[in-house]
Design a protein around this ligand. Structure first.
Ligand SMILES: [Zn+2]
Length: 370
């Protein structure tokens, strides 16, 4: 009885192994979640269920695979809205105004405002009398044909001078407010997007210049934030060359054509346009990020320190309650040395934004290391 149970368990295991090999041989067949296994390898598919007893069910193109949670290193949610959009865009015929309109509606639902507007304009280029598209773009039907609502309104109000005066004084007040704002010192703002790794959007409040730190996913969220806050993405900084930190690099840099892509000179980052080394500085508006080369997790790992804002981006070198994985005893010695000599010398109240999991402070990690 026991023997046959063991046999069937073994054959199950072999079947699973086979599936893994197949997936390794067919990378990127299915754009969905990627489940990285503790012992290496990965399974691509859609996570459909996580049982209370710790079994994760993944729908793959070969059927449903079950994996015990303990065997999973981490899970990467892969298809972002932007990936989906790219796929939909390819599938939508260019000359079909209705299909183009449906695409625009989908973009609007997903809050891809720029894309939605672009496709609405395509719709009215194809069929100028498309009422819904016209309305969404802010047109009104007048006896002279379709006209932008704003211009219709302007004509209506132009005659009343009182209103004009009002708007003048409002403008003045706005200008005053702006002046007040710009005399404040620049502050760094950091937003965290949890994707394949922690993707950080950092910006300078003074110049509205922004940088993405690590690009493991979340491209659509990044660009939503950029649009919402009227930012200009000028830098994409990669803390090290691991796949989970660069998975969305091409889709982010593809949408921010003028942004520099920076990585350490020892980090193999495809698409990097500028290599940096220990002590170099990177400007994001009025903010200065200092490069701290911290090998150990990888030879090209680096941390970025903003002294004025008391912020450290630590990549996979320092985490909350621990340090990054290493492959050998000497690498482990190296990462510990780097943390002690370059990170633990920073002030205790420096906020640490790591490559995965929650943020922490230098003081808390110093205590933990003791
Ligand atoms: Zn890593």
């Amino acid at each position: 009885m026991e023997g046959s149970a063991m046999k069937s368990r073994l054959s199950n295991r072999i079947r699973l192994m086979l599936v893994f090999v197949l997936f390794l041989a067919l990378p990127g067949v299915l754009h969905a979640d990627i489940v990285y296994l503790e012992k290496g390898g990965k399974v691509e598919g859609k996570i459909i269920k996580k049982d209370s007893d710790g079994v994760v069910k993944i729908k793959t193109i070969y059927g449903v695979v079950e994996i015990q949670e303990d065997n999973i290193e981490r899970i990467e949610k892969c298809e972002s809205v932007f990936d989906l959009y790219e796929r939909k865009l390819k599938e939508t015929p260019k000359d079909d105004s209705e299909a183009r309109f449906r695409l625009a509606e989908w973009c609007r639902e997903k809050k891809l405002k720029t894309e939605a507007k672009k496709h609405l304009k395509e719709v009215i280029a194809l069929s100028p009398d498309h009422e819904k598209a016209r309305t969404e773009l802010g047109y009104e039907k007048t006896d002279k044909g379709w006209q932008k609502k704003a211009s219709v309104k302007k004509k209506k109000t132009a005659s009343t001078t009182a209103k004009k005066e009002k708007s003048k004084s409002r403008k003045l007040a706005r200008k005053k407010k702006k002046k007040k704002k710009s005399s404040k010192p620049a502050k760094p703002v950091v937003k965290t997007i949890r994707a394949g790794c922690n993707v950080y959007l950092l910006w300078c409040t003074k110049t509205k210049e922004a940088a993405v730190i690590d690009a493991g996913g979340g491209a659509s969220e990044v660009f939503q934030l950029i649009e919402q806050n009227k930012l200009k993405l000028t830098k994409i900084i990669i803390t090290h060359g691991h796949g989970d930190h660069v998975a969305a690099l091409s889709s982010i840099s593809g949408r921010a054509k003028n942004a520099e892509v920076l990585a350490h000179e020892k980090a193999p980052v495809r698409g990097a346009t500028r290599k940096v080394k220990e002590g170099d500085t990177i400007k994001v508006g009025t903010l200065t990020l200092k490069v701290l080369h911290t090998p150990g997790h990888t030879p090209g790992s680096m941390c970025l320190y903003i002294k004025s804002g008391k912020i450290l981006f630590s990549g996979d070198t320092l985490f909350k309650n621990g340090l990054g994985r290493t492959r050998s005893a000497s690498d482990r010695q190296m990462i510990i040395k780097m943390i002690k000599e370059k990170l633990f010398v920073l002030p205790d109240d420096v906020v640490v934004y790591p490559g995965h999991n929650e943020s922490t402070t230098i003081g808390a990690e110093k205590k933990h290391a003791r």
